[in-house]
Design a protein around this ligand. Structure first.
Ligand SMILES: *Cc1c(COP(=O)(O)O)cnc(C)c1O
Length: 232
């Protein structure tokens, strides 16, 4: 496709039309897999986009959003959340313990619990009176050294420690497959680890592979560029 044609198509799209198209694809993928589309939550990943880009999606009915940086989320979401009480904000990027208090004040779910230190810090915050968000454990399914997440072979023990030693309610697992590998293998591995640990939720699938993720059991798809356009 020529660039000018692409540009014209992009112009004719609105946030609402892109949202409707993505929802339709989610529904179709869920039905094709014999699943109820309502089991799949669309997490609209708004990183790098400002309130002016996010507002039209809220307007169009989207309520669940994802951000990968605490600092960036803290700059734009308190006002949006104050204006729309039913918005759910999910942290999908790494969490440093020194940003934990700020994160707990902002996020309704954290997809990136991946180490003992963070689990202990969450427990400490709870003891001090914080209400903990819903928690997903990130698994580094590709065992990439530069990527966050617990190694697959350590996942069972970490999940058990989070539950039994720390008393944390773990909702599910999250993964980000390596860019150059078949994502289905990673989604299937995440599903396998979740099943043997009795975890019902899977945060997996992004703009390029969410239909595959839904076929393999995703309950939370994290979609950015397909909704907002390419990031700045
Ligand atoms: C940015 C991001 C996404 C969204 O990626 P797209 O390819 O733009 O849909 C999903 N998950 C995580 C963890 C991200 O950082």
């Amino acid at each position: 496709m020529s660039n000018s044609l692409k540009d014209r198509q992009a112009e004719s799209e609105t946030p609402a039309s892109r949202l409707a198209a993505i929802r339709a694809r989610i529904n179709k993928a869920a039905r094709a897999a014999g699943r109820d589309p309502r089991e799949v939550t669309l997490v609209a990943v708004s990183k790098t986009f400002g309130a002016e880009d996010i507002a039209p999606l809220i307007e169009a009915g989207q309520r669940v959003f994802g951000e990968n940086r605490v600092q960036e989320a803290a700059a734009k979401w308190p006002a949006l959340k104050a204006a729309h009480a039913d918005i759910e904000l999910h942290l999908i990027g790494p969490l440093q313990t020194n940003k934990l208090a700020q994160a707990l004040a902002l996020f309704d779910a954290i997809h990136t619990l991946d180490r003992e230190r963070l689990a202990a810090a969450l427990v400490k915050a709870r003891v001090e009176g914080a209400q903990l968000p819903r928690l997903f454990i990130q698994v580094n399914t590709g065992e990439e050294p530069q990527k966050a997440g617990i190694a697959p072979r350590e996942a069972d023990a970490f999940i058990a420690r989070c539950r039994e030693v720390h008393g944390l309610a773990i909702e599910g697992l999250m993964c980000i497959p390596p860019v150059d590998e078949e994502p289905a293998l990673h989604f299937a591995l995440l599903d396998k680890i979740a099943r043997r640990n009795g975890l019902a939720r899977l945060s997996m699938g992004m703009s390029g592979d969410f239909e595959t993720a839904i076929a393999l059991g995703a309950t939370h798809v994290r979609i950015g560029s397909a909704l907002f356009g390419s990031r700045r």
